[in-house]
Write a protein of this length. Structure first.
Length: 185
C-alpha cells in the first residue's frame, strides 16, 4: 500500500475501506458518556458542596463530593500534571486509532475509554487549582462513605473501567479491532 500526501490509501483487492460507521459509533458513545460525566459533575458540585454524604440504595451507594488531586485512592497527588499529559496522550492515540476500527464492540469500548479520559482531563485542565493541576470531581462511594471500602469515583472513571473490561473481553474472545476473529487454540 502506498499513499501520497492528500490522496486516499490504495485498497488492495479483497479489502474494504474502513467503515466510517465505527468511527461514528465511537464518537457517539464518547459524546454521550462525556455529556453524562460533565452533567453529573455539574449537579454534584452545585448540590453536594459542603454537605455530608448522601446515603442511597440502602447504603449500597453514597454520594459525596471529593476533589481528587491524584489517581485512584488519591495516590500521587503531586503528579496531577503527569496524569493530565497521559490523558492527552490517550486521547490523541484513540482518535488516531479510530480510523482503523472495524469492530462495533471495540468502537464502544474505545469510545467509553475516550470519554473517561476526556472527562477527567477536562477537570484537570479547567478546575482549581489551575490548568494541568485541577482536581478531578469524584462523587460515588460504594458500600460506605469516605472511600472506606472502595475509592470514590465518577462517571468518567466508570467509563474507563467498563470500556477497558469490554476491550479485554473482546480480546479474550478472539475478536480484533479490525473485525477479524482469531481461531481458538
Amino acid at each position: 500500500m502506498s499513499t501520497e500526501q492528500g490522496s486516499q490509501p490504495e485498497i488492495e483487492p479483497g479489502q474494504s475501506a474502513p467503515p466510517k460507521r465505527r468511527v461514528v459509533l465511537l464518537a457517539c458513545v464518547a459524546a454521550v458518556a462525556l455529556a453524562l460525566d460533565i452533567v453529573s459533575k455539574v449537579i454534584v458540585v452545585s448540590t453536594l458542596e459542603d454537605h455530608a454524604p448522601v446515603r442511597i440504595l440502602g447504603g449500597l451507594v453514597y454520594l459525596q463530593l471529593v476533589r481528587n488531586p491524584g489517581a485512584a485512592f488519591s495516590m500521587a497527588t503531586g503528579l496531577t500534571w503527569v496524569f493530565a499529559l497521559v490523558a492527552i496522550g490517550v486521547v490523541v492515540v484513540l482518535i488516531w486509532f479510530a480510523g482503523r476500527l472495524r469492530s462495533a464492540g471495540w468502537a464502544v469500548g474505545l469510545g467509553l475509554v475516550l470519554a473517561g479520559a476526556l472527562g477527567n482531563l477536562l477537570d484537570r485542565i479547567f478546575r482549581a487549582p489551575g490548568p494541568l493541576r485541577g482536581h478531578v470531581v469524584d462523587f460515588i462511594s460504594v458500600f460506605a462513605p469516605n472511600a472506606e471500602v472502595w475509592p470514590v469515583f465518577n462517571v468518567a472513571d466508570s467509563c474507563i473501567c467498563v470500556g477497558g473490561v469490554l476491550i479485554v473481553l473482546l480480546s479474550l474472545l478472539g475478536r480484533d479491532y479490525d473485525g477479524t476473529r482469531r481461531a481458538k487454540k
